[in-house]
Design a protein around this ligand. Sequence first.
Ligand code: R5P
Length: 300
Amino acid sequence: MTSGSLPIIFALPGNEALAAALASHLHASVGELAIRGFPDGETYLRFVTPVTGSKVVLACSLHHPDDQVMPLLFAAATAKELGAAAVGLVTPYLGYMRQDKRFNEGEAVTSALFARLLSQHIDWLVTVDPHLHRWHSLDEIYSVPSAVVPAAPLLAAWIKANVNSPVLIGPDAESEQWVSAVARDAGAPHVVLEKIRRGDRNVSVSIPDPEVLRGRTPVLVDDIISTGRTMIAAARHALAQGLPTPVCIGVHAVFAGDAYEALLTAGAARVVTTNTIPQATGVIDVSAAIAAAAAGLLAG
Ligand code: R5P
């Protein structure tokens, strides 16, 4: 990238490490964005670093989207008003992807509504493994160009380097797409469990054929650990079959409520995630892959 086209990276609150990593990989600068809350809870926002004529990249993971999206939309709209040449969004965890269908009459299909809202204010976005289930591509709901970074090669590299004789376990049919890709890259076998979800925190799973797991280290792999109840059910079931304590790997460490502690209590040997969401478990670094994807969109 030539110096004349260097973007300016701005961190939304809590995304400072991500912005610094992106700037380093892209040989770009980090701009100053002042954001604070007024006493009544409204947001004050000011671009201290001028953006006129520059390509702006906003770094903002969206794991608490209801709180995070208002400052993000204000930042994107203000950058445009101030004459930014383009406004891109790097959101390693893209929230609001799971309600992809009107399951009951009158429900909001929030994935599509959220996509429509964001698309009005940004020119492109980069994310890591969005939860695509009934939607097959972000293009079905986002009207701006997007790039999706796959975490599978990074997860596979971590497993190869850290786990002896692994067998990968996906907790439900939806996880098949991630688990099979990670297993292929890691050169390990995999199985997918049968899951029944009766409520937000009421999940049960079963292993179709426990014998294929004997003599190996179980590695549970899922895209999102939210309440942790999916992983907990899978870990308990593996232990009940007499298997060794499992390693739990998630792409996105949402960790709602007591999820992390409950997973350790349930018998996980270790919980490891990427750093798409800032958490202590985030030892698998996605920033270089994200920066490479962003570079492609910045050049376009
Ligand atoms: C489900 O479709 C996802 O792939 C995850 O399995 C799910 O989001 C995990 O949620 P929780 O941690 O709340 O069980």
